[in-house]
Design a protein around this ligand. Structure first.
Ligand code: ADP
Ligand code: ASP
Ligand code: MG
Length: 406
């Protein structure tokens, strides 16, 4: 057998007892798989606790120092799991990103992995050790610690699996697979046995936090097969792989929701070439990812532009936007945090018409107002009020009959 990469999320290593349970599972798997590499998240709640601490020290903590702080969570859980395994007689070693050399760019708090040196991992595997790696963290060329964005341990796992050409990357979590929607919001959601990279990527990017979106991007790029499964129940989960045989032919395969964005509106922008370019270049230079953008019709000689960003970037966005507005001679800047984005995702949309109208009609019938719309070949997203988010997800799940097998 080849190498198997196993990733355990926060809930799965959330207590001493759970860590011991994971250790027992690894020992059992070791009987079948010769070489095992494990990636761990911080114990559940730990990353939140550390971020809160950072914000108690000051309102806008320095991002480099924030990465130094939050990356410690994964170091704790990897060492604890390693200790448990050694105590059970299983030769193990825990390693962090600097020890391995998981090289990233310099974008603190949302860094991207550029290169992984597999030498140390292979050396330890050759010594017949289980290698336990702290997820979520990386190191820059200048030897500064970075983190990969919330949920980023999935990305560490897939990147390591790709670099080692592992047979599979198993993502152990607190649900037993990928569902047609978040089972915590839609109890009737159905587990999918298999899903394409393309659909999973859209679902993850649009709010299905079961997988970090960058992990799916890397899996697609390097052809890593992902298996999402429960660390509590011993059963087959969901395979994420190339589109093809064995997949259900659904028009829409998933409904997602995301309440993590805020909307910014710049009023009275002069209606002349270069204005939008100026604003969005300034945001890009400040490392702010902009999601949806809508420009209003021109009123006289001006128009308004609304766009959405991650709430964590809101303060920075307002500051950068106000600076640009001054230079452009535009009007005021207003923001709204009470929005949510609901989306429908499915490759079936490529070849069917009428999907958007069905979505809009279903929302309208429940008095849910649509404030912004964006589409791609395989998804439609609507910005609505945050208070209507859960209802909208349930309504859409029912309208597209996702509770019934396709
Ligand atoms: P971990 O800590 O193991 O990384 P996460 O909390 O990041 O786990 O992701 C698992 C959670 O993702 C589930 O508990 C579930 O509520 C949520 N989730 C959202 N959308 C989906 C979906 N479509 N299918 C399965 N789980 C989903
Ligand atoms: N511990 C990090 C977080 O909570 C990374 C992860 O769990 O994947 O976001
Ligand atoms: Mg996660």
């Amino acid at each position: 057998m080849g190498i198997v990469v196993k990733k355990y999320g926060g809930t799965s290593v959330g207590s001493v007892e759970r860590i011991k349970n994971v250790a027992r599972q690894i020992i059992k798997a070791k009987e079948k798989d010769t070489e095992i590499v494990v990636i761990v998240s911080a114990m559940s709640g730990e990353t939140d606790r550390l971020i809160t601490l950072g914000h108690e020290i000051c309102r806008t903590p320095d991002e480099r120092e924030m990465d130094m702080l939050v990356s410690t969570g994964e170091q704790v859980s990897s060492a604890l799991l390693s200790m448990a395994l050694i105590d059970m007689g299983c030769p193990t070693i825990s390693l962090n990103a600097p020890q391995i050399e998981i090289l990233t760019d310099k974008s603190h708090t949302k860094a991207k992995i550029c290169k992984i040196n597999t030498d140390r991992i292979i050396k330890e595997l050759n010594r017949e050790k289980v290698v336990i790696i702290a997820g979520f963290q990386g190191i820059t060329e200048e030897e500064d610690i970075t983190t990969l964005g919330r949920g980023g341990s999935d990305t560490t796992a897939v990147a390591i699996a790709g670099a080692l050409q592992a047979d599979v990357c198993e993502i152990f979590t607190d649900v037993d697979g990928v569902y047609t929607s978040d089972p915590r919001i839609v109890p009737e959601a159905r587990k999918l046995d298999i899903i394409s990279y393309e659909e999973m990527l859209e679902m993850a990017s649009l709010g299905a936090k079961v997988l970090h979106s960058r992990s799916v991007e890397l899996a697609k790029k390097f052809g890593v097969k992902i298996h999402v499964l429960s660390s509590f129940v011993d059963a087959h989960g969901t395979i994420v792989t190339e589109e093809g045989a064995g997949m259900e032919e659904l028009l829409v395969s998933g409904i997602t929701a995301n309440a993590k964005e805020a909307k910014i509106t710049v009023m009275d922008i002069p209606d002349k070439p270069g204005m939008a370019g100026r604003l969005f270049s300034a945001l890009a230079d400040a490392n702010i990812n902009v999601d949806m953008i809508v420009q209003s019709e021109t009123r006289g000689k001006t128009n308004d532009i609304s766009f959405t960003v991650d709430k964590t970037d809101l303060q920075k966005t307002i500051a950068v936007t106000k600076e640009s507005v001054e230079k452009m001679g535009a009007g005021s800047v207003v923001y709204d945090q009470d929005i949510a984005k609901v989306s429908i995702v499915g490759v079936g949309m490529k070849s069917h018409s009428g999907v958007a109208s069905l979505m809009f009609k279903a929302l309208a019938e429940h008095d849910i107002n649509i404030e912004m719309i964006s589409t791609s070949e395989i998804k439609i997203s609507c910005i609505i009020r945050i208070s209507a988010m859960k209802e909208a997800v349930r309504v859409l799940h029912k309208s597209f009959e996702l509770d019934k097998k396709g």
